[in-house]
Design a protein around this ligand. Structure first.
Ligand code: KMH
Ligand code: ZN
Length: 275
């Protein structure tokens, strides 16, 4: 059944440098302003990476807690912390992200080449993340960078049970150099593989870089949801840098409305994910 569109904004990420992308929100104030404006436009979930005073990616526990509290104070967005961090972050720090008690956290379902780097996600680490989230009532967003990650997710759920609350939500992160391509054909293949996952599994999709628009359109037309933001997209169109996350959310909202799948409110998003 086709529903409205869950729009997740991923405003910062861990990959872009502030010097190269000045519009990137890196301070708490910048993040809060972005979050409020994106919520007003139609976002209902925020996928959060934070930065230190030098704008470098960090998993500092104090800052994470402060960020979760401030987002809850200023917005009604569902707060999803990244447990992926940066490719250099140790597993212990990535697990400790859960101590900041977000509503959701990402859980990447396998190792993937990531440009010149490797984004390492060992099986035991994935199991640890999944079971700790189960125990603490944090809803995972299973990040799928390659089709085999869906097979790993099926194995995880078979062996270790459903997430807390029972709803399974995945996010296809497409077009990472080393992962699955951001094409309509690949998204359709990924969506077909969801048949092997529990009934009612929902998916979002995001296309990194040049695959942004192809993935956005494919996701809307196959009943999927959307993730947009400067974590994945820093060029709006050929030769035009993204001016703000709001520009990307506004574009996604426009496409969703054209598809007659308007953005879910934060209340509707909670009903979808936490029912
Ligand atoms: N920064 C990437 C290495 C996540 O947030 O969980 C991992 C990432 C996925 O962004
Ligand atoms: Zn991320």
């Amino acid at each position: 059944m086709t529903t409205g569109t869950l729009i997740t904004v991923a405003p910062t990420g861990a990959e872009s440098a502030k010097e190269q992308v000045p519009a990137l929100p890196v301070t708490l104030d910048e993040l809060l302003l972005t979050a409020k404006e994106c919520e007003a436009l139609g976002a209902s979930v925020i996928h959060v990476h934070i930065r230190d005073d030098q704008a470098r990616p960090t998993l500092d526990q104090g800052r994470l807690r402060e960020t979760v509290a401030a987002l809850r104070e200023s917005t009604d967005l569902i707060v999803q912390l990244s447990s992926g961090g940066a490719v250099t972050d140790p597993e212990a720090d990535r697990l400790a992200v859960l101590d900041a008690a977000p509503d959701m956290a990402s859980c990447t379902m396998g190792t993937v080449n990531f440009g010149d780097d490797v984004f390492l996600n060992r099986w035991e680490f994935i199991v640890d993340l999944h079971t700790r989230m189960q125990e603490r009532g944090i809803l995972p967003e299973y990040e799928i960078f390659d089709l085999g990650h869906l097979t790993a997710l099926q194995r995880l759920l078979d062996r270790h049970g459903l997430p807390h609350g029972g709803h399974v939500h995945v996010d296809f992160v497409m077009g990472v150099p080393g992962g699955m391509p951001g094409t309509t054909a690949t998204l359709v293949a990924a969506q077909q593989m969801l048949r092997d996952l529990p009934a009612g599994t929902t998916f979002s999709a995001t296309g990194v870089g040049r695959s942004t628009i192809a993935v956005l359109l494919a996701s809307l037309s196959t009943g999927g949801h959307l993730r947009v933001g400067m974590e994945d997209t820093v060029t709006y169109a050929k030769g035009r840098p993204v001016e703000s996350n709001m520009q990307l959310v506004a574009r996604a909202v426009g496409f969703a409305q054209l598809a007659q799948r308007p953005p879910l409110t934060t209340t509707e998003a909670r009903q979808l994910l936490f029912r």
